[in-house]
Design a protein around this ligand. Structure first.
Ligand code: ADP
Length: 493
């Protein structure tokens, strides 16, 4: 009959199969008995290991503490102890062990030997070290970011997904006083002394950069004025980016506020200068043109003088056109673009614009193709839209090579009209496409080919289209051509 194992058998089973290293250690430190787990841990076989003393297996830096505890046990001050210490593996590397020791005494109380259990915690220790190195790295990074956050001369604001202000740096805190002299409640979209770039129109909640960012928008260089006193107000350019978690979920947004007061003032001075110079030049030029008309009408001038006067008149007219562009740019900058909406036949307007470009197109051997309905009645500012058409069509002709073509398409759309001016001309480099609507911008290809221009036309196009609440976009490929697409919301028919 098989009965339950005796205590001694149980002890032996536990000893042999324990995953924890176990040893019976003599008072001199020799390992009298060792189990398989300890042999595996330290890389010896049992016979070899039991010849050794724990002192030679222990890392010298940990020996003193271990010996002191053993002395205390032998002296009867303690019965057991537990320490974390390093052992040497047979192959020389270090093993971290979690050591528990109990002193076994004879019935008369004198010390007999120690029973030690050693758990291999090397891997745990390595993980702890890696974790603490990573934590230190994160902390260093955090401190570096904190230093940057507080030292940059740009206002920085972090808002949560619900639009609450979570953090801002010192710079932003300082600049908040101008738009919000009575304080800020810390929620995106609070109204204050914040004005659109014209410096006059107060921003609505939907315009506020923090509100837009809280709604999930991302933007760059969003400009506006803050402060109700024109003498002390400041201009800012703001960018926003969404902050997302590892799973792509929105955590909030980060906003950067750069002060650009000097830049905005300088731009205003430049616009005023351009406006006043063009205005001053217009009066004498009108007089020059008037007298030229009179001279050209005289029948008694020699033929060569009449030809030369024709050249003078053409150039004076070109000057007049340039001045008109400059004046218009000045008006746009002032926010003074007033529209006179009437019902016009847009198809006829397109045909007129194409006709006006015909002379240069023929000279450049560029075919102008029209794809327009016979008639399309639309309510908009006909004169301004004609300027848009003139600029786009003349550009299409100007920036094309002999044999290229320019096609103007006009069609009604959902709530207005779409005008497309496509050419097969020189095209625009990809990195310049975003800049063509910027005032005075000229593409490298245009400059290289010495094609005359001022960089004002597309700025005017953009301003007129925007005033109509429309959009103008550009698709272009260098060497293959460009397509400008104007969408104008308007009443059709
Ligand atoms: P301008 O033609 O007087 O230089 P615009 O404002 O009309 O000024 O155009 C700005 C720039 O955009 C031009 O200098 C040219 O580099 C580029 N551009 C405009 N239209 C075209 C086009 N159809 N094809 C190629 N480049 C163009």
């Amino acid at each position: 009959m098989v009965g339950p194992p005796a205590d001694v058998d149980l002890w032996r089973l536990a000893w042999e199969h324990s995953p924890v290293g176990m040893t019976q250690v003599g008072l001199d430190g020799r390992l009298l008995l060792v189990n398989q787990a300890l042999c595996d841990m330290l890389g010896y076989d049992a016979a070899d290991l039991s010849k050794r003393g724990f002192q030679e297996l222990t890392h010298p830096d940990d020996l003193e503490a271990d010996l002191a505890l053993l002395d205390q046990a032998v002296a009867g001050e303690i019965d057991t102890f537990r320490i974390r210490k390093r052992y040497f593996h047979a192959q020389g590397h270090v093993i971290w062990g979690d050591l528990s020791v109990a002193l076994v005494r004879r019935p008369d109380g004198s010390p007999l030997h120690f029973i030690s259990q050693i758990l291999d915690v090397t891997e745990q220790r390595d993980n702890e070290e890696r974790l603490s190195a990573a934590t230190a790295e994160v902390e260093r990074e955090r401190q570096a970011l904190e230093a940057i956050f507080e030292t940059v001369n740009v206002g920085l604001l972090l808002i949560g997904a619900d639009g609450r202000y979570e953090r801002m740096n010192r710079r932003h805190l300082e600049t908040m006083r101008l738009p919000f002299p009575d304080g800020h409640a810390g929620t995106a979209g609070q109204l204050g002394h914040v004005y659109l770039p014209d410096g006059k129109t107060l921003m609505s909640t939907e315009d506020m950069p923090s509100y837009r960012a809280a709604q999930g928008e991302e933007f760059d260089d969003y400009r506006y004025w803050v402060g109700d006193d024109p003498a002390t107000r400041a201009a800012f350019s703001t960018s926003a980016r969404q902050v997302r978690g590892p799973g792509g979920e929105r955590l909030g947004a980060a906003l950067a506020y750069q002060e650009i007061t000097d830049l905005m003032r300088a731009m205003r001075v430049k616009d005023e200068f351009v406006a006043s110079v063009s205005h001053e030049l217009r009066t004498p030029l009108t007089s020059v043109l008037g007298f030229l008309e009179i001279l050209c009408d005289r029948g008694d001038l020699p033929v060569d003088a009449t030809t030369q006067l024709g050249v003078v008149r053409r150039n004076a007219l070109r000057l007049q056109g340039l001045l008109a562009d400059l004046l218009q740019v000045g008006q746009v900058a002032e926010g003074n673009l007033q529209l006179q909406r009437t019902e016009v036949d847009l198809a006829a307007l397109v045909r007129d614009a194409a006709e006006a470009a015909r002379h240069v197109a023929d000279k450049n051997q560029v075919a102008v193709v029209l794809d327009v309905p016979d008639r399309l009645l639309v309510t908009l500012d006909g004169q301004r839209v004609r300027q848009v058409l003139d600029n786009l069509v003349s550009n299409a002709v100007k920036y094309s090579r002999p044999g290229d073509s320019a096609t103007v398409t006009l069609r009604p759309a959902a709530d207005g009209v779409v005008i497309e001016v496509a050419d097969t001309g020189i095209g625009i480099a990809a990195d310049e496409v975003d800049q063509v609507f910027t005032r005075f911008f000229r593409g490298a290809e245009a400059v290289e080919r010495h094609i005359p221009g001022t960089g004002l036309g597309l700025d005017i196009v953009h301003a007129i289209v925007t005033a109509h609440a429309g959009t103008v976009t550009l698709d272009s490929e260098l060497g293959r051509g460009s397509t400008f697409r104007v969408t104008l919301p308007a009443r059709v028919g």
